[in-house]
Design a protein around this ligand. Sequence first.
Ligand SMILES: [Zn+2]
Length: 295
Amino acid sequence: MVGEFRSNGVNARFHGGVDFTSPLTDNSGKAVFSMHAGTAFVVYSASNCLNSYIRVRLQDGSDVYYKHIKPSSTNPVTNQSTTEISNNNGQGTPVQIGTFLGKMFGNLPGEGGCTIHVHVNQNTTSESLQGSTNFINRFVNPFTDTERTSFMYPFGGGGTATDNTSANGYKIAEFRMNGHSKTNPTNQLGESESINGTIYKYAYGKIYIVTRLKDVNIGTDGGSFGGNSGVNAASYAIINSAGVAVGQEVENLNFNTIPLNERGNYVFDNRSDQSNHVYIITNNPTATSGRYDQF
Ligand SMILES: [Zn+2]
């Protein structure tokens, strides 16, 4: 899912596409078919699943990338021979919606260590594999993700999913001092008091709200497929002691548009890694002004 954190040395970066896999464990579960009509081109090395892909150029000139797959002359669903996608001396191979493109790499020795999946992203500007928009929003419309995002606690390690209506509510968000980021952890604001059995934290001055969120992978029916993807969006609201909302719900964290990778440092907490996403939800990763901090 767009927004997922990927470690890249000391810098945080966004996962610029959507990963799909299949519940089918035999070869037929590795088959990938085109979602668009267009012209297909292939970049393929048997030993390099990470950088192998099939690209479909659409009529509007944009490209859809199907990454970590390889061309094949046999459709593993039908076991029939088929036209293998090739570059045809630069002309490419015409494809329709539903044309067999190729097979996911099999996570085998010597292929480069990919787990079995296809990464899909769209790009309108160059050969870069980095997508520019949320693929689901761009091409699957309307799309409904029926699984609600879960809060996780504690923030480090494996953590436990905590429902957002839980009595443990206060544990699922931290309030940290101004300046908190992926590379600059700051002190947690620890003062709190109990009123009628509910613990309230003091919030004062300029603060960051930090929380760990988990969203499961999406199955072919729109429901849960387990695992953990980055979230697409998250919002927060502030309520007073009478339970009445103060101001509007704020949705700064929204990955419908892929932010510049440098902004990962302002959205991901320092405890984030590839499968453990801790977000600073008061920051806005897609702010056009370059002001990411929305405290
Ligand atoms: Zn991916």
